[in-house]
Design a protein around this ligand. Structure first.
Ligand code: GRF
Length: 190
């Protein structure tokens, strides 16, 4: 069974969904480690409440990104993690982790990439006047929201309020991330 680490900085609804889907047998993996850079995040509370091994760090306590990534890497190795899943992790992944996990780090982004990269992607799309946006799961590389796409799905904007659109995007994310992770896991064992 492949071993997954999830990284999140915020609410953690995708993290929660991944955890539940593993528990209910919808994903063939073990959730081995949770990593966060925000000690007060709801995702951290969820991890602790569910007895998921948790590493929370303060990036300001380190001189360089490579210093905290070395520490994370040490933990990933100790827990024999095969795949890293970013779920609202608000930090750029540096060369330390990218080199150690080539094509083994996934991210989910709330737009139909390459459109609307970066922060507030749902709002960017909503304000732009386009008729559709979407959700993308992709591999992480050295650039922002740019790695090879694994799965994408479009979401209609037309006629929706920002609140409804946001809720719909999250519903799609929760379904699509599990499908994408499962697809990558199957390729890893093929
Ligand atoms: C999601 O919209 C995801 O696409 C983006 O960050 C958000 C995280 O939401 N990368 P949550 O913390 O999983 O609820």
């Amino acid at each position: 069974m492949k071993r997954i680490a999830v990284f999140a900085s915020g609410y953690g609804s995708n993290f929660q969904k991944i955890h539940e889907n593993i528990k209910y047998g919808l994903m063939d993996a073990t959730l081995t480690l949770f990593v966060s850079d925000q000690k007060d995040a709801r995702a951290v509370v969820y991890a602790k409440d569910h007895n998921i091994t948790c590493f929370v760090f303060d990036a300001n306590a380190y001189h360089r990104k490579s210093d905290y990534e070395e520490e994370i890497l040490h933990l990933l190795k100790r827990h024999h993690v095969d795949l890293i899943v970013l779920a609202g992790y608000m930090r750029k992944i540096g060369p330390t982790l990218l080199k150690a996990y080539p094509k083994r780090i996934l991210n989910i982004h709330p737009s139909y990439l390459p459109a609307f990269k970066g922060k507030d992607a749902i709002l960017q799309a909503f304000d732009s006047g386009v008729e559709q946006t979407g959700v993308t799961v992709h591999y992480v590389d050295e650039n922002l929201d740019s790695g090879e796409i694994i799965l994408q799905e479009k979401v209609d904007i037309k006629g929706q309020s920002l609140e409804n659109l946001t809720a719909e995007i999250h519903r799609v994310e929760h379904r699509l991330y599990t499908l994408a992770i499962q697809k990558v896991l199957e390729e890893m064992i093929a």
